[in-house]
Write a new protein. Structure first.
Length: 141
């Protein structure tokens, strides 16, 4: 299985990223949400590798924007791809007391709001703790 991943899956995704850049990341993550054979543990690190390659060598550019790869854009595109893949496979439930319509603007606003809030609750503690840890580092060593 690992040989298959090394020889087939990783080169496929790197080729996809070289061909269509960020769009390839979104497509790969969207496929990963409903195709169980595609591991996200391969998709996301390969996108991160493209970001680090681009940072080390300015001649490596994202093909659609002709700009260096950005980790923030990869993060946003991967999130959008995951949500799109999940919504694409969602089954329509019959209307009842426990259903929430997903074809309205209210749903879209609530979905984006939840994504932003969860992202903020994940990101801001690390952002705030960074300077505190840096301030304590000289005292620790």
């Amino acid at each position: 299985m690992l040989d298959f991943i090394d020889r087939t899956v990783i080169p496929f995704f790197l080729g996809l990223y070289d061909a269509v850049g960020y769009l390839g990341v979104a497509i790969a993550i969207a496929l990963e949400t409903f195709v169980p054979i595609i591991p996200s543990e391969v998709i996301v690190p390969m996108a991160g590798w493209k970001v680090s390659q681009s940072a080390a060598d300015p001649s490596i550019l994202e093909p659609l924007t002709n700009a260096p790869w950005s980790w923030l854009v990869v993060l946003i595109i991967a999130t959008v791809g995951a949500v799109a893949g999940s919504l694409a496979t969602k089954r329509v439930a019959p209307v009842g007391g426990g259903t929430f319509r997903t074809d309205t603007a209210t749903f879209v606003v609530l979905l984006i709001g939840v994504i932003v809030i969860v992202g903020a609750l994940t990101f801001f503690p690390a952002l705030l703790l960074g300077p505190i840890v840096q301030g304590l580092t000289p005292q620790l060593f």
